[in-house]
Design a protein around this ligand. Structure first.
Ligand code: BG6
Length: 480
């Protein structure tokens, strides 16, 4: 069998979720509002780009709209049942995030909220009980709303202090139990949503692109300082960066298209370049000049970024994009936060995201060629519209096919020599979509009975892919 023994014995198979999309209980046990709690169902892709102070005010006053993330799938009260299913699946690792607003409800308190800490202590202990290793994202699209309205989000340097205080609390409390941490989820998406990732309101800035990079600069410094704190607290801890990755294929071999693909790629890789290599890449100088971007740095920032780079690079991978120098008149389709020229060689999900297993091998090889540090695929998967039949058994062969092909290609990348730590498919249990706030864009091996409007029993049901993935894990990726 050509595919035998692809993965190392200690390969971390598992699944991934984020607090804001699964926990619910948004106002329980002292939790404050996060940026994402105020997004109602339906219209958030536009809002994520242009959220203003007035939009925030309107959302806070809105008593009619439905806000799916406030309920999530109520993981807050179902975590024992859910983790028991993950254990049954054979998970070696479970990626989840901590809601900053459970620990510091307004973000600027001096003392943490014990009830929030206790909840995560319970979740961590529940994982450890089954031998599941936690992989924790410290900030996954869920910064405290108060830091946006009172401080202007990550544009304000004070956020570095608030964030590192939050990290210190987490490392001191959980550092002896949790080895793997990611500082920010998909930091590069700040260029697509200054609100969600940077807490930037559109009416507060003149040059949004400049503001996004300024906020990112503060996050780079904060991430490096967090790494410093982690190392001082417990030298067992490993810190990862998290990149939302699309590979960019040139539409043709025309040099203009090839150059465009390099530029599109750099637009994402800028973020991992800084966090892995420890300095701003030379190509950023020209981009900043041409977009009137002037980053305010303080003395010592560059040194901090250089001294505390990440230990590993994690990334999400859903699809690939196509770069064309001239997109005029071309058919386009959606991807994870991007709109790309259509690739005629690929099929797409119902949401237009192009399905490209070989693209995962390409992404892994390119990232490893660029950085030579361990990689971790912390998101991958396909959103599907699924109805639960009378026998409650969803036969999601399309999802099985998707994962089979991606895991094969991941195995090829390992054989190519890529150092790969693990694989955590996204939304291992159905949860609220980030891009559209839909519940019915389902990614899970486990179905959750809930619809877009909050109706449903919240009952969990294993899908066919659940039993398939269980075998994949048990055979360490050999039985596909
Ligand atoms: C990633 C995010 O960008 O993509 C997740 O880290 C998100 O939070 C996932 O859910 C899939 O995107 P969507 O829009 O289908 O939920």
């Amino acid at each position: 069998n050509n595919y035998k023994k692809r993965f190392p014995e200690n390969f971390l198979w598992g699944g991934a979720v984020a607090a804001n999309q699964c926990e619910g209980a948004f106002d329980v046990d002292g939790k404050g509002y996060s940026v994402i709690d105020i997004l109602s169902f339906g219209d958030n892709s536009k809002k994520l780009k242009t959220m203003s102070s007035q939009d925030v005010e309107n959302a806070l006053q809105d008593k009619e709209g439905y806000f799916p993330r406030r309920d999530g799938i109520d993981f807050y009260h179902h975590y024992k049942e859910d983790i028991a299913m993950f254990a049954d699946l054979g998970f070696k690792v479970f990626r989840f995030s901590i809601a900053w607003t459970r620990i510091f409800p307004n973000g600027d308190e001096l003392q943490p909220n014990e009830k929030g800490l206790q909840f995560y202590e319970d979740v961590i202990d529940e994982c450890l009980k089954y031998g599941i290793v936690p992989l924790i994202t410290i900030s996954h699209f869920e910064m405290p709303l108060n830091l946006v309205t009172e401080y202007g989000g990550w544009l304000n340097r004070k956020l570095i202090t608030f964030y590192t205080r939050y990290c210190k609390v987490l490392f001191e409390r959980f550092g002896h139990k949790v080895k793997y941490w990611l500082t920010f989820n998909e930091l590069n998406l700040i260029t697509l949503s200054g609100y969600m990732l940077g807490g930037i309101l559109s009416d507060k800035v003149d040059n949004m692109i400049e503001a996004q990079y300024q906020a990112a600069h503060h996050q780079f410094v904060a991430s490096s300082l967090a790494t410093k704190i982690a190392r001082e607290t417990n030298d067992n801890i490993l810190i990862g960066a998290m990149l939302g990755r699309d590979e960019y294929y040139p539409l043709t071999c025309k040099p203009e298209d090839v150059m465009q693909s390099i530029q599109d790629s750099r637009f994402e890789l800028f973020f991992s370049d800084v966090q892995v290599r420890g300095y701003y890449p030379s190509y950023s100088k020209r981009y900043f000049e041409e977009h009137n971007i002037h980053i305010k740095k303080e003395l010592g920032d560059d040194e901090i970024i250089r001294s505390y780079t990440v230990d590993f690079l994690s990334f999400s991978y859903y699809s690939t994009s196509v770069s064309a120098y001239d997109r005029e008149g071309m058919e386009t389709t959606d991807g994870n936060g991007v709109i790309t020229v259509k690739n005629p060689h690929l099929k797409a999900s119902k949401w237009g995201w192009q399905i490209d297993p070989i693209g995962l091998r390409i992404a892994l090889n390119n990232l490893y060629d660029r950085y030579q540090i361990p990689l971790f695929v912390v998101e991958n998967g396909i959103g599907m519209l699924e109805e639960i039949p009378d026998d409650k058994y969803i036969q999601d062969d399309g999802r099985i096919q998707y994962f089979r092909e991606h895991i094969k290609q991941m195995g090829e990348a390992v054989k190519d020599g890529v150092e790969l730590m693990g694989y955590t498919p996204w939304g291992c249990i159905d949860l609220v979509s980030s891009g559209t706030s839909e519940m019915e864009k389902r990614y899970g091996f486990i179905y959750v009975d809930k619809d877009n409007y909050g109706n449903g029993t919240l009952q969990r049901y294993p899908k066919k892919s659940y039993y398939w993935y269980k075998k994949v894990i048990a055979s360490n990726g050999e039985k596909l």
